[in-house]
Design a protein around this ligand. Sequence first.
Ligand code: HEM
Length: 514
Amino acid sequence: MFLDALSSHADFVLQRLLLSTQGHAALLCIVVAWAVWRSWRFAIYPKLHSDESRELPYLIPRHGPAFFKDSNGLLARARRHFAGTDEPFALTAFGHTFYVVTHAKHSAEVYKNTDSLSFEEFVQTLMRCNGNDETTIKTVYSPLPSDKAGFPNPEGLSLGVLAQRMHVHQLHPGENMLVLQNKVRDWINRQLNLDVLVKECKYSPSRTSTRIQLPLYEWTSDYFVRLGQYVYFGDVLDRVIWKMLYQYPSFLCRDMTAPRDRMMASLKAYFQIPPNERRDQAAWIINAMEDEMRALGVDDENLAIMVFHLYFAINTNARKTSFWMLTHLMRNPEYLAAFRAETAPAFRGDELVDVSYIQDATKCPQTLRVAGWAASVRLVTRDVVIGGKRMRRGNRVMVPHRLLHFDEAVFGDDTDAWQPRRWLDTDAGRKLPSSPSWRPFGGGRTKCSGRFLAKFFVTAFVATLLRRFDIEAIGDPPMPQPDVGRPVLGIISVKEGQDYLVSITKRKTTDVEV
Ligand code: HEM
């Protein structure tokens, strides 16, 4: 304890001491104390406790800032430091110890163990960060009667845990998901038209009646946010957002200028609209979540924050996947042609008609592999052994998917390269989608419930775009760089300032007819 406290405050103490008249002697004391602490923490303690994960050594300050500045670099450094072993290692960041699991076999142990490893704490932290009050968090995570009204709850779970079942009910293949897929199909058929793009994409640097130039990342982001909004809320939320933008100039309502706060304010306004003006356009999950929350007495403010998480989930990753998929396809015309040909049977003329065909989207695993940058995080609620190492209660376990996705022992040589053939040419390649090293959607009970819809979103959008248009990069730009330094909840962003300017032109003929 003493040595821990010493390390946290050492830089502050150091500055003060340097100013004092006996600075030299004090500095010597500090250096000796630091050397003792470091040898204890990173040499003696690990020898005495060989059943615990070894910790990545740090100087001062700890790894927190490095994690945010270059998380990929930090993990790669850790991997090099512990080269030759697959054992989980430990990192200290933001005052917490994280056990980092780098081996697929051990990640499966993490996903299986729901008794000692909790996902809920991660969600509660997110709720707290986004402004939910403690009463709401407690209410949402208190067990409910098994015979309550609304969504069936035979196990008497809390709403926080029951929500996972509700997501599955909405988002796994079945009747409820088909409703969403048909909405997506109709929206894309309507909106992915040159006339609409020319009218709506004000950020386009050049537009004519036959061609439009678009910054691809900005466009896919804008397009998917509007699509996601429509799928979950119909047109109503879009109208609320616009109304709010016009009604409240930013100098009158400063807190609405930040996108997150503006979204939450818009969602709150949405829930204040009379139900008969909005509910028939909304997806089942939005109405069901509203009913469950209201039954628990959650107010509009906290309801809006909770639903903001659903808004975020549907809007954040499909747009980036589409961006990376399109940039890779454009740079590999033979794959672009193959993708066009494979998806052609889902179309009648230019219209996407067959959602079940396009749903078989085994088409983008390679993009998800190279662009996936999520990490599953769990709280250790009871001491547990994973990968042969004891993990202590109160610390966190992290499975960074990117380390698994770039494992040469599993994915072969040249792991940085986008090579769809990796998945097709050999028996081992064809088995990769069921490999425990393939985790773009996490795993276990909390594996992304939106993964089927996400694949449909991306495939339907890219296939319709390529069916209707020719798309090419303007000039000869290099491949945009992924922002590997910044951890995200899913798919990696593009580095700032590296958007990809493309020209989209109506195709003269549909050369692959059904
Ligand atoms: C390519 C797109 C996507 C990727 C890569 C992705 C990735 C992930 C990951 C890594 C997790 C955490 C899993 C864990 O820690 O165990 C997650 C959770 C989740 N995702 Fe996605 N996601 C995507 C799209 C979507 C979409 C479109 C939706 C909604 C329509 C969605 C809804 C959810 C939900 C609700 C959870 C929480 C799990 C639960 O409580 O059921 N995701 N996603």
